[in-house]
Unconditional design. Sequence first.
Length: 594
Amino acid sequence: MKTILELISDEVKTAFNKAGYDPELGQVTVSNRPDLCEYQCNGAMAGAKVYHKAPAVIAAEVADKLKDDPVIEKAEPVNPGFLNITIKGSFLADYLKQMTACEDGRLGIETPKKQTVIVDYGGANVAKPLHVGHLRSAVIGESIKRISRYMGHETIGDVHLGDWGLQMGLVITELKERYPDLPYFDDSYEGEYPNEAPFTINELEEIYPTASGKSKEDEEYKKRAMEATAKLQNGVRGYRALWQHIMNVSKADLKRNYDALNVEFDLWKGESDVHDLIPDMVKYLKEGGYTRISDGALVVDVKEETDNKEMPPCMILKSDGASLYNTTDLATIMDRVKKYDPDRMVYLTDKRQNLYFEQVFRCARKTGLIDPDKELIHIGFGTVNGKDGKPFKTRDGGVMRLEYLIKDIDDRMYARIKENRDIDDDEAKAISKIVSLAAIKYGDLSNQASKDYIFDVDKFTSSEGNTGPYILYTIVRIKSILERFVSEGGKLPDIEGKACGFTVPDSAVMKSLMMELTGFAQTVTGAYTEAAPHRICAYIYGLANAFNSFYHEVRILSEEDEQKKQGYIALLVLTLKELSTCIDMLGFGAPEKM
Ligand code: ARG
């Protein structure tokens, strides 16, 4: 289905043609002066240069050809040569009908070619608790995954755990310090290892920072940690068994945290999963002549002629032969290509990894690990800051655990709900859980990913302004009007695959709402192409505003003209559907009541 802008442009292009000018001049844009008109065309200005005519003359000639147009209500030539365009209400109503008539219920979204997409997000590392820095990877990644799915693509979300490097050796070394008698450390032990892990999640979370601290001060300790890493990677039985315990305990805790965020992965793969593929990959890279030795390390050059910034080579093996983060990422690309043949891979990390991913992507392409026509996208996101503009911290200056951050917002939301009305505790808890998640996620997603933003609890939990709760209030408001309509004997129209009874707008607020509603397919498609959920936030904020203006001005249920009333109800149903679909793509839901 064509976008409304394309349809209007088609009319204006035909008019340019009829008046004897290049039809391409008839491209229309949304008006940047909504007080004057709805759409505008600046083609006469460009045409003036080509045809050596005054732009105002061209604009007037084109406007003349647009009289009695089925789409355009008014095309007004204004100096020095713009066309100010207003569209017909009947055209708008027809357009909305066509949207709801789409059989797949997707309101005009088209998926010409079904793709396979992998979203690599979450960024969790084993044995380390999630902190506020992990929020964005999880929240933005989850949304990108859902948008891709809604677009009809086969989409796989992978957490890609950091579960292999020195961090694991550190944890094992510290465990050995504390419990040297465990069978895992006894090389002559041949029996079965215990099923129970010899530590709890709380201990595990304390072990990593302790070990990491010690290794920075004590060379000997660090050496032991490196040896432990090597033993683990070389497959020493006791070390693998202990590692498996660390994985199980840590993963169970990570799952619980991601559940609380309504974030769900299809794959719980990690760096360790590609360990065995590395030797073959290195062989392939060497034999292909892609590598060279630099200071003892094996590298692939990825610099290009056009670079005007520093572009160091991509390191494949360190001088001691050990693999690195790069190596596992390249092997993962190779593995994914083989298993899933993805058309697109999207990675989410902090923007400090921008250069890193550029090196890895270039290396993968240059060496043929992936075809050049496949999309590799890295979304490098900005920092979550506190109100002081510095990275968000706990009150005493420590790293903020994600779990506590969520709890904090939830408590705040709960208090607000209890303040506002008389409601029992359980209901208030259930509602606050849903709304606080929306507050956090929308607060994050409404910012363009690459920008830093301020995590402002008061603002995010407010029911006014560009916030999650505001969107939810709007949804709940629509639901309650529709419920009343039904309880008064009304019948809701079916908008899945049916041309609904939209009517010609009878007020400016109604027309604005209808115009907003037409943008759904274009917005979602754009959000997919650009891997940019903030576009969906901007869309639903505009839509919610348009709806609320309509609601404040128009008496919906007391309208006596039956046809008009049905038209209003159709608008409510469509608005509800668009808002609900969009928040689902953002990764949160709405409560029945608020
Ligand atoms: N665990 C990594 C980190 O903490 C992020 C992983 C991102 N994904 C990837 N394929 N490299 O930085």
